[in-house]
Ligand binder design. Structure first.
Ligand code: GDP
Ligand code: IMO
Ligand code: MG
Length: 429
């Protein structure tokens, strides 16, 4: 068997969580491979809204195994809140959530470092979610990090204190006095206490060698879906560096984040919105700073699932989409939030950019650092409400035209179309 992959093709928040939940019945195992609680994956089930940060989006299907892979970084405090919320909804993740012993731990001081670095950057800040992502992945690469498996060792507290001391020295150089800091509206010491309590609770979960588990499952013919976080344009190598996250968000990240070879990858579902959004700083060629951008924001409720920040909105960017498809080897496209464009008479699509008087139709290095003027074509809008759960062929003609225009531009079929946040508001072809 092969591992299928589902990931975002833009700057995150494409609607990955919803589609993973919709596709879960077709799989035995759902596995997150990178990122951490910077992610916010929203599921709407029977009118009830759930936001998942670290736990895979298959968790509402009790009979399916959900794995937090080695490439994910975990904040026990945040994970514990997530777990407690699931209990209140009648879901017991102790039964079907497995956690890799190799996943790295986000310490309270990683979050403080994130805040210190962002503060020091001032206007040039990345717009991080302040969940400690950058500092935690930095320690992983620098070989100072602590891993989930280590919470079981007798000297875990000592290892924690040694890393905390290291962080404290860096924080002092930024004039950050740890004991005077507040995290999640509580004094640092209180937060740290809750973090350790959450560590104790984590010990009740199945902590596993997820790479061995996954290989065995593949041998037994189990179907696995790898769930991405963030989006391809936030990838540490191929995103708009430095305004990116600190992991490989693309298909390649599945290999290192779950311990599977490239030959094990099957289908790649690439999820994108019918327009674009971005939260945080960094280049965004098709960003709309006008009333149209505001209309998209309001119609699409474009406010961050993790931080509540307003998302920047703009038209669909084809060069960026083609770039992401290329990096990921996408086989199946999934277009989200088409309903958000229901009220538009015309819909614009960016087909290339002008940079210093030159027309460029690829997302080259220069597009990240120079003034970019997008060139658009206009497509007729469908200007009508969509019926939920209808057949693909019964969608408005102008919408079908919009879809075939994109398909021919990127040379791939759109296999799934989402017309609302609910599970049932999905059209599969
Ligand atoms: P993710 O991070 O990729 O899982 O996406 P988020 O959950 O951060 O953001 C997607 C938002 O759009 C969530 O609020 C979803 O409930 C919502 N959503 C998903 N699909 C659709 C859709 O087709 N139409 C509309 N209007 N909302 C959608
Ligand atoms: P999901 O999985 C959208 C953005 C942040 C910031 C940059 C770096 O829900 O799609 P970080 O906290 O990683 O250091 O922030 O990346 N970012 C996201 N934007 N969706 C996400 O996740 C994101 N995770 C991080 O806004 O610009
Ligand atoms: Mg999100």
């Amino acid at each position: 068997m092969k591992i299928d992959v589902l990931l975002g093709l833009q700057w995150g928040d494409e609607g990955k969580g919803k589609i993973v939940d919709v596709l879960t019945p077709e799989y035995d195992i759902i596995a997150r491979f990178q990122g951490g609680p910077n992610a916010g994956h929203t599921l709407e089930i029977g009118g009830d809204r759930h936001v998942l940060h670290t736990i895979p989006s298959g968790i509402f299907h009790a009979e399916k195994v959900n794995i937090i892979g080695n490439g994910v970084i975990i904040d026990p405090y945040i994970l514990n809140i997530e777990i407690e919320k699931l209990y209140t909804k009648g879901v017991d993740p102790k039964k079907n959530l497995y956690i890799s012993k190799r996943s790295h731990l986000i310490l309270p001081t990683h979050r403080m470092l994130d805040a210190a670095y962002e503060q020091a950057l001032g206007k040039g800040k990345i717009g991080s979610t302040l969940k400690g992502i950058g500092p935690c992945y930095t320690d992983k690469t620098a070989r100072y990090g602590l891993r989930i498996g280590e919470i079981l060792s007798a000297d875990f507290k000592d290892k924690y204190m040694a890393l905390k001391e290291r962080h404290k020295r860096i924080l002092e150089s930024y004039d950050f006095d740890l004991e005077a800091q507040v995290l999640d509206k509580m004094p640092f010491a209180d937060y740290e206490k809750l973090w350790f309590e959450a560590i104790e609770k984590l010990k009740q979960f199945s902590l596993i060698d997820s790479e061995l588990y996954i290989h065995q499952a593949l041998k037994e013919g189990k179907r696995i879906l790898a769930e991405g976080a963030q989006g391809s344009l936030l990838d540490i190598d191929f995103g708009s560096y430095p305004f990116v996250t600190s992991s490989n968000t693309i298909t390649a990240g599945v290999c290192s984040g779950l311990g599977v070879p490239p030959t094990a990858i099957g289908k790649v579902f690439g999820v994108f919105k019918a327009y674009c959004t971005r939260v945080g700083s960094g280049p965004f060629p098709t960003e709309l700073m006008d009333e149209t951008g505001e209309t998209i924001r309001q119609n699409g409720h474009e406010f961050g699932s993790t931080t509540g920040r307003p998302r920047r909105c703009g038209w669909l960017d084809l060069p960026a989409l083609k770039y992401a498809i290329m990096l990921n080897g996408v086989t199946d496209l999934v277009m989200m939030k088409s309903d958000v464009l229901n009220s538009f008479e015309d819909i614009k699509v960016c087909t290339s950019y002008m940079i210093e008087g030159q027309q460029v139709s690829a997302l080259t290095f220069e597009t990240l650092y120079q003034e970019v003027n997008p060139l658009y074509i206009s497509r007729p809008g469908w200007n009508s409400e969509l019926q939920s759960g209808g057949a693909f062929e019964s969608l408005p003609t102008a919408m079908l035209d919009y879809i075939s225009y994109i398909e021919s531009a990127v040379e791939l079929p759109i296999k799934i179309l989402s017309t609302g946040p609910g599970r049932e508001q999905t059209v599969c072809r």
